[in-house]
Design a protein around this ligand. Structure first.
Ligand code: HEC
Ligand code: HEC
Ligand code: HEC
Length: 355
């Protein structure tokens, strides 16, 4: 048999071959190829498609991740029933029940029962409207007026689908996607930096300011910060932190609707709202709607809610933002019609029109 010469053994010991480097590279490339082939065979679950909503280019191309276009699973838990159309001579709720809700007393007894049953299911509170002792009944009375006002006064925003209790509550007494004031976020530093540099739910887990929802959806701070002149030195010029706060709010918009910035903006000109998509106007209406919900309705129940429902830092009321209704879909509940069955919740009038 062939025998390696002695000099070879010695030489080989002095010059060992390092095979591990090329081997790792080879394996990595191999695994990458297998994964890539796998993704292609499975029809890429992270596939994106782009919808062009304006002139060619990236600035108005709405990128959609296909996996996000799934049906909202909470639709399955929604229950509705058709209105019982009055033919005349029905007993009204206010005559049938001594303690009928005043604002709903004009409904026929059958429709009143139907609505109360639905509201119990939508909020998951079984004894709602059973008596005044339960603070939830007092809150629900205000919630009815708030819902009617949203459908009546903000039709341009909620128009197609409308909202009822389920839009926010989804079967839970406390809706998801609510928020509380949480600034300062860091008690170890003073000054205005304490509004940021800590990942909180209100900052969408970024280092951006945590008080964007408070400033823009509760107070009336100005969102717009962009100026085409450089280094303008006017009274009221936006600071860097104002700009960061605007971006914090924009993150909330995008994440709440599960869309990117081009869903609303023409990103070649954020400052020029004329060039934006129609959704930007819809978002502008929502800002005003939410300020009204938070200030005219939710703030009014501060004394009614038990302490454990109030904010952990400031004892403030739970507040609404885009996420409270949208919950990660560009149209809440995929645009499900929430009001055709419930004319009682679309008007503040006593004249409910059943069709
Ligand atoms: C725009 C969103 C929204 C809509 C629509 C809405 N709610 Fe609410 N609801 C809230 C928020 C926010 C709270 C405060 C949460 C809390 O009490 O901690 C709340 C609280 C309540 C509570 C008190 C729950 C508790 O245990 O503290 C009741 C009861 C209630 N809502 C009933 C209703 C009814 C009935 C409707 C429909 C007529 C309705 N809500 C529609 C957002 C909404
Ligand atoms: C759902 C619609 C919507 C989405 C999505 C959205 N924005 Fe906005 N954006 C608005 C609205 C509404 C305003 C405020 C306009 C006003 O105050 O009149 C605004 C304002 C701005 C401004 C200030 C413009 C100025 O004139 O100073 C900037 C910058 C901005 N958005 C960036 C973004 C970025 C970045 C994203 C993506 C992370 C984004 N937006 C996502 C609706 C949206
Ligand atoms: C009270 C519930 C509610 C709140 C709060 C709310 N929305 Fe909406 N929004 C709706 C409903 C319902 C629709 C669907 C209307 C329809 O079907 O035409 C909608 C539709 C939209 C659309 C159009 C979507 C599309 O596919 O064209 C945009 C954009 C939008 N909302 C942005 C916002 C932003 C931004 C916020 C927060 C500032 C917000 N909304 C807060 C209920 C709400």
């Amino acid at each position: 048999m062939f025998r390696k010469p002695d000099w070879y053994e010695e030489w080989a010991k002095a010059n060992p071959i390092r095979s591990s480097g090329p081997l790792v590279l080879l394996c990595t490339v191999g695994v990458a190829i297998i994964v890539a082939v796998g993704i292609i065979l499975m029809a890429n679950p992270w596939q994106t498609s782009t919808l062009q909503t304006g002139p060619r280019g990236l600035a108005l191309g709405v990128i959609k991740i296909d996996a996000n276009r799934t049906e909202d699973p909470t639709i399955a838990g929604y229950s509705s029933s058709e209105p019982i159309i009055p033919t005349g001579g029905e007993v009204l709720a206010r005559d049938a029940y001594e303690n009928a809700e005043e604002s709903l007393g004009h409904l026929t007894k059958d429709n009143y029962d139907r609505l109360v049953t639905a509201m119990r299911s939508w909020t998951g509170i079984e004894d709602l409207f059973a008596g005044e002792e339960n603070y939830q009944t007092v809150v629900a009375r205000m919630m009815i007026q708030m819902t009617q006002n949203i459908n009546e006064g903000y039709e341009e925003h909620v128009g197609g689908a409308g909202v009822n209790c389920y839009t926010c509550h989804r079967g839970q007494p406390v809706p998801s996607g609510i928020w509380f004031n949480n600034v300062p976020v860091n008690s170890n530093v003073s000054g205005w930096a304490a509004a940021q540099n800590r990942a909180t739910m209100n900052s969408e887990y970024t280092s951006l300011p945590s008080d964007a929802l408070e400033k823009y959806l509760n107070d009336y701070n100005v969102i717009r910060v962009h100026d085409l002149e450089s280094r303008v030195d006017n009274e009221g010029t936006a600071t860097i932190q104002d700009t960061e706060r605007t971006y914090s709010l924009m993150n909330h918009f995008s994440n709440s609707l599960n869309v990117n910035c081009t869903f609303c903006h023409n990103t070649r000109a954020f400052y020029d709202l004329e060039q934006s998509a129609p959704q930007l106007n819809q978002a502008q209406l929502a800002i005003g709607m939410i300020q009204e919900i938070n200030l005219d309705y939710l703030t009014q129940i501060e004394d009614v809610l038990p302490p454990h429902r109030l904010g952990p830092m400031h004892g403030d009321v739970p507040k609404v933002a885009c996420l409270t209704c949208h919950k990660g879909y560009s149209k809440p509940l995929n645009g499900l019609d929430m009001v055709s069955d419930w004319p009682e919740l679309t008007t503040t009038d006593d004249e409910v029109v059943y069709e």
